[in-house]
Design a protein around this ligand. Structure first.
Ligand SMILES: [Zn+2]
Ligand SMILES: [Zn+2]
Length: 361
């Protein structure tokens, strides 16, 4: 850390008055409002800190004796306090604007799987705020307009002179009469009671694209509520919730279902009609089909999100053994058993996801 006397450009036996003068001169030169060079800001801090130490007789004595710097850099009664004492605290930056951006809203949209496959229009009723038609967001009774605040004369802030150890300085505070707007509205709009917006129920027409996933969040920029005093609209976020389907499950953009096939159809072969999202499709069950075999139907899956093309549909065969067999059926199976004596019950390697991929339409 640089020497505090050097920082202020004074000798070690400078009087309090000389120190005060030196600081005042440097501060006016380096103050961030006047000098926006980054190194000026650094120097301003250094100089302010030096002044904090040397302007306090106790701290100055400790510093002269080579003691610890009690502020450890910045702190003590602080940069901000000194800063405010010199330059008047709250920085007057002109009146603030009345209008504010509307808040964002989150809504949920429920989708069925077939809506996901092709995409779907959705109309959703939302409670929101819309622009007041009476005043178009000005908040004033039609034909009137805001008047300049008498108290602050339109500046939105009140300047006040206060005495401090460094002499008289100006401070600035938001004007209470106009809440800092610089203008007052004497005749408020009846339609919105001076809010510039009114509550309304609005229908939001959405086009949910095909291929959305459960949990996806869509953003509709600038479609939310109108802000105070006709301020810009917030955003709407739409959370997509996809309901589980009774038959079909989804893996990426592929769809899966299981087809239960009785033993005799598996042995003899047959045709079966299955209900897909594209309507009824007839599939061939080959004679000799095994449990776990898949029928692969191309392009009957989910449409790719924001793309063209579709996933596929997989039908997994599951053979169904009769749970209860009557005497006649048991007799028939005994005859089959006699015919197929050479077939054994045997152990084979486990083949997870062993599917013979049959193309079949
Ligand atoms: Zn209005
Ligand atoms: Zn005012």
């Amino acid at each position: 850390m640089s020497d505090h006397y050097e920082a202020l450009g004074v000798s070690r036996d400078a009087t309090d008055d000389q120190i005060k003068k030196a600081y005042r001169k440097l501060a006016r030169e380096l103050h961030p409002d006047v000098n926006d060079a980054p190194e000026a800001q650094e120097r301003f801090k250094t100089v302010t800190h030096a002044y904090e130490v040397l302007s306090d007789p106790d701290e100055r004595r400790k510093y002269d004796m080579g003691g610890q710097d009690p502020f450890g850099g910045m702190g003590g009664f602080g940069f901000g306090d000194i800063f405010d004492t010199f330059f008047g605290g709250g920085q007057a930056r002109g009146p603030r604007t009345r209008s504010e951006r509307g808040q964002d809203a989150l809504i949920r949209v429920d989708m069925t799987l077939d809506e996901v496959v092709f995409g779907a229009p959705k109309s959703i009723e939302i409670d929101t705020a819309v622009l007041c038609e009476t005043c178009s967001g000005s908040c004033c009774r039609p034909g009137t307009s805001p008047s300049v605040c008498d108290i602050c004369r339109g500046s939105g802030s009140i300047q006040r002179q206060v005495r401090s150890l460094l002499g008289n300085v100006m401070t600035s505070q938001p004007c209470g009469a106009c809440s800092g707007f610089g203008q007052v509205i004497a005749d408020k709009c009846d339609g919105c009671r001076g809010q510039g917006r009114v509550r309304a129920r609005r229908t939001l027409d959405l086009n949910i694209p095909a291929g959305v996933e459960d949990g996806l969040r869509l953003q509709l920029s600038g479609q939310g509520e109108v802000g105070f005093a006709g301020g810009p609209q917030g955003d709407i976020y739409v959370d997509v919730a996809v309901r589980a389907h009774d038959i079909y499950s989804r893996n990426g953009d592929d769809l899966h279902c299981t087809l239960e096939v009785p033993l005799h159809d598996a042995v003899l072969g047959n045709r079966a009609k299955i209900e897909t999202f594209d309507g009824e499709v007839e599939v061939q069950i080959e004679a000799g089909v095994q449990s776990g075999d898949q029928i692969h139907l191309k392009n009957l899956g989910v449409t790719h999100l924001r793309g063209s093309g579709r996933g596929d549909l997989f039908v997994t065969i599951q053979l169904v053994t009769p749970k209860k067999a009557d005497q006649k059926l048991k007799e028939l199976f005994r005859q089959i058993a006699d015919l197929r004596k050479s077939e054994e019950i045997k152990l084979v390697k486990h083949t997870q996801g062993h599917f013979s991929r049959r193309k079949n339409r």
